[in-house]
Design a protein around this ligand. Structure first.
Ligand code: 6GU
Length: 254
């Protein structure tokens, strides 16, 4: 998977060199490229923002540098596509157009299901704006080249999209085949089935007067599986009742 990130703070994205994602990059599973938006300015001061029309606090990102950066990435990636793939793929095929991922607190929630969907894309471009936002016309323009997806991490405000981009790239990247060594660890984890994860324990079996639940030492795989399912429900009901209320398939309630 190719991921381009456009930002005015390229150094923020250095964390993508570390750990699992860093390893996946070195192995060639993830081709992540960081771009400095200011390289696409044309004035002496490398201006990327200006005051909002209609007044109000803060600054708004100008559309011109964004368009230059994004069309450069789109054109560059097009050249990477093998000729036969270009002619055979229908225009609306999944992965036909790159996804423009826009971290913003005014987007729909970025959830595990969104991460799973985006993990199937061939090419993601992440546009890290500051929270006052990018000129709205940029998104209308970008829709001609990209599948534009606004996404929010949650109901709180960050100073810019960089930290959100790190979270999203990690959530998406770890779902790309080969990035996580043991793919089974992707199945039994929080949110993979709409519920929170069950509690986990390791040695010693008794620690500071606290014992590991007896069922986990029983060797009875059926009992262990139903205990874990029950714990998932108990935990989700108590910590995140909204997840149970929202679940329309409700297969785990049947
Ligand atoms: Cl995706 N971006 C910003 N700037 N703030 C956020 C967010 C995203 N998600 C929650 N707060």
């Amino acid at each position: 998977m190719r991921i381009d990130v456009v930002t005015i703070f390229p150094e923020y994205l250095a964390a993508l060199e570390v750990s699992l994602i860093g390893k996946a990059r070195r192995e060639g599973l993830l081709d992540i490229r960081i771009h400095d938006l200011r390289e696409h300015t044309v004035d002496r001061h490398r201006t990327v923002d200006d005051t909002p029309y209609g007044g109000g606090a803060g600054m708004v990102m100008k559309p011109e540098p964004w368009a230059l950066a994004l069309e450069g990435i789109a054109a560059g990636a097009e050249q990477d596509v093998p000729a036969e793939a270009e002619t055979e793929a229908p225009a609306d095929a999944p992965g036909a157009r790159p996804v423009l991922l826009v971290p913003t607190p005014s987007g729909p929630l970025f959830r595990q299901s969104v991460a799973a969907e985006l993990a199937m894309a061939d090419h993601l471009v992440v546009a890290c704006g500051r929270y006052e936002g990018i000129d709205e016309r940029l998104f209308e323009w970008a829709a001609e080249l990209f599948d534009v997806r606004l996404v929010s991490l949650g109901d709180y405000v960050l100073n810019g999209g960089e930290v959100a981009a790190l979270a999203m790239i990690e959530a998406i990247g770890r779902l790309v085949p080969g990035v996580v060594g043991n793919p089974e660890s992707l199945v039994e984890e929080s949110h993979s089935d709409g519920l929170l994860e069950y509690p986990v324990y390791t040695k010693p079996s008794s620690w500071r007067g606290r014992d590991v639940p007896e069922v986990l030492l029983s060797g009875d795989h059926g009992r262990i599986a139903s205990w874990r399912r029950e714990q998932q429900l108990v935990r989700t009901r108590s910590r995140r009742p909204d997840l149970l209320a929202e679940d329309k398939t409700a297969s785990h309630l049947a």
